[in-house]
Write a protein that binds this ligand. Structure first.
Ligand code: ADP
Ligand code: MG
Length: 245
């Protein structure tokens, strides 16, 4: 089933065209990796799908299960089942991670309310299954989290909120190998539960653990090439300039 369809999308920030005609279709359960150099517009692309109002769409469409979502706000898109991770998550002091997750869950799933005990139980089970330390849940959101802990917190959030599609931006950056494994397992686990994933990454490394169905090369606001994992291998060897040819 088709979850997300991006049709000839053009988007601007501050008068500058950053997304220059992108097409992408993501079906249920598929993992799509998007790779590209710095400044190519990958983060912008993810923000535009989520509906960040900083960006202006000049033409094209974004369809979720066949319906345009261009007129929906970020939170309406989240309620439909679109999840975005943040490249630079913010600290929120005074809110424990557990409470933060409960609030987020209530916002995204208003129809599936759980009491504190039920929610806590589900949260502990999810944390355990992802090998994420339970103590983590009592800490304030992102306060003093290391880079790896922030990424783990995103993956826990992803598995608790259980969206239909996850847009993950540089989830692998700055991770040591153990954290990379936890994060990758969390993404694979989410995909096994039926989620679709768009994974933006700079390096091939995470693709040794998360197996994408498609790899897209994103350069200068466009997807210039699509294929399987072999494209990422080619890229590793020869760099973006060669792949473009
Ligand atoms: P990537 O994630 O591929 O590194 P970005 O989407 O962050 O690329 O950036 C794409 C282009 O858009 C860059 O040239 C960047 O300078 C520009 N850009 C991104 N955000 C802003 C902003 N808030 N204001 C002005 N230009 C921006
Ligand atoms: Mg980026």
């Amino acid at each position: 089933m088709e979850i997300l369809k991006i049709a000839d999308l053009h988007a601007f920030i501050e008068e500058k065209e950053v997304i220059k005609g992108v097409n992408l279709t993501v079906n249920t359960n598929e993992i799509h990796a998007i790779m590209g150099p710095n400044g190519a517009g990958k983060t912008t692309f993810i923000n535009v799908i989520m509906g960040n109002p900083k960006y202006k769409i000049s033409s094209g469409d974004i369809l979720f299960k066949g319906k345009s979502i261009l007129n929906l706000s970020v939170s309406e898109r989240a309620r439909l089942g679109i999840f975005q991770s943040f490249q630079y998550p913010e600290e929120i002091s005074g809110v424990t991670f557990m409470n933060f997750l409960k609030l987020a869950y209530e916002k995204v799933h208003p129809e599936k309310q759980m009491n504190v005990l039920e929610f806590g139980d589900m949260l502990l089970k999810t944390a355990d299954s992802l090998k994420i330390d339970r103590d983590f849940l009592k800490r304030y959101v992102n306060l003093g989290f290391s880079g790896g802990e922030r990424k783990k917190s995103e993956i826990l959030q992803l598995n608790v909120l259980n969206p239909q599609i996850a847009l993950l931006d540089e989830t692998d950056s700055g991770l040591d190998i153990d954290a990379l494994k936890v994060v990758s397992d969390g993404i694979n686990h989410a995909a096994e539960m039926g989620m679709s994933v768009v994974l933006v990454t700079h390096y091939k490394r995470i693709l040794d653990y998360v197996k994408p169905n498609f790899v897209h090369i994103f350069i200068d606001g466009q997807i210039i090439k699509t294929g399987g994992i072999e494209i990422a291998e080619e890229l590793e060897k020869s760099g973006y300039e060669e792949v473009r040819l």
